[in-house]
Write a protein that binds this ligand. Structure first.
Ligand code: AHM
Ligand code: MG
Length: 342
């Protein structure tokens, strides 16, 4: 697959402005919001690049040479995003994986009509070993957009189909920003020499079916029978060459979804005997990814139905997750139904 899938030279800022221009009624508020957010992502990318120097930079859980307790990189990323977003006047409330309650906009700053939810640094178990990690984000409109007071929990607990924008930044061999506003999925690659995200893939489409599955198979003994049967099926060679599948699992959702978007196949974090709702969080992990996957032509399911239709009931709720190529996810759902019946 070629690295560059576009002929135009477009920065993320220009892309967002051009998308905004497609909506004559737009006030520019969302454009400004995304500009602040991409600045935050640039800062986090910079800090992640220096993560191996954290002891030197004072970004670990330890006590530094001055005897001060210093922050972990994921808490630091959380603070960077909050600080970049708090004063723009476009948000009424934020929520993050790293913070138990809602994150309110400080009193002195104006409140706007949007809600931001995010996982500041996904793949925390990979931070210390220089394996790809990422930031996941999603934007909603508040329920009553004319209000100018603080946003509420109800504003955050909206079903995923109401997302206005979703995306993730992946801090891998390069930093890439994958973004959708409901108009397909575009990929931007950060050029550190000019400090810009440049469009490198336009309207990314996920293959209809893949040959890779991605799951923590250390949990296989706890999975529902249907998932065990499904994985056994994937490993069995077939005459048409569609199987066997290969296993790839980074353990960072951002990286596993990123590969799945490009190569196809299925990413799963199933419910199991000890985690009845799986591990991943609906609001700021699974919903943004589900929006992206659907916009690329794939499918995202909780095993029973569309992830984006679920109405969240709490900020940090978990949800079983099956997403990727359309045909693969249909097949998982079928195996889960059959497993329940047997
Ligand atoms: P995190 O937000 O604390 O990093 O946890 C989420 C991560 C996902 O990125 C990844 O898919 C999953 O946890 C891996 O979990 P496991 O180690 O149980 O396979
Ligand atoms: Mg996470």
């Amino acid at each position: 697959m070629p690295f560059l899938k576009t002929s135009s030279l477009v920065t993320i800022d220009r892309h967002i402005v051009e998308e905004g221009a497609m909506h004559p009624e737009a006030t520019g508020e969302l454009t400004r919001l995304l500009r602040d957010l991409t600045l935050a992502l640039r800062i986090v990318a910079h800090d992640v690049r220096r993560a191996g120097l954290n002891d030197v930079l004072g970004l670990t859980d330890d006590v530094n040479s001055h005897g001060e307790r210093v922050k972990r990189l994921d808490i630091h990323a959380n603070d960077v995003i909050f600080r970049a977003m708090e004063r723009g006047g476009h948000l009424c409330v934020m929520a993050s994986e790293e913070v138990e309650d809602l994150m309110h906009i400080p009193q002195q700053y104006p409140k706007g009509k949007y809600v931001l939810v995010f996982d500041p640094l996904d793949g925390s178990s990979n931070i210390d070993v220089n394996v790809s990690i990422g930031t996941i984000f999603s934007v909603y409109k508040r329920l009553e957009s004319e209000r100018t007071d603080a946003g509420t929990l109800d504003d955050v607990l909206q079903p995923g189909y109401r997302q206005v924008v979703a995306g993730y930044a992946m801090y891998g061999s390069s930093t890439q920003l994958v973004y959708t506003s409901g108009n397909g999925v575009d990929v931007f690659t950060f050029d550190p020499t000019i400090g810009e995200f440049l469009l490198t893939f336009e309207k990314l489409r996920i293959p209809q079916r893949g040959k890779i599955y991605s799951v923590n198979s250390g949990n296989a003994h706890k999975w529902p029978q249907g998932i065990r049967d499904y994985v056994t099926h994937l490993l069995k060679p077939s005459a048409d060459g569609l199987r066997p599948y290969s296993l790839r699992y980074v353990g960072t959702m951002v990286a596993d979804i990123h590969r799945t978007l490009h190569y196809g196949g299925v990413f799963m974090y199933p419910q199991d005997a000890t985690m009845p709702k799986g591990k991943l969080r609906l609001v700021y992990e699974v919903n943004p990814m589900a929006f992206i996957i659907e916009q690329a032509g794939g499918k995202a399911s909780d095993g029973q139905g569309r992830v984006l239709d679920i109405v969240p009931t709490s900020l940090h709720q978990r949800v079983p997750c099956y997403m990727g190529s359309f045909d693969d996810v249909c097949e998982v759902e079928q195996f889960l139904v059959n497993g329940e019946q047997s």
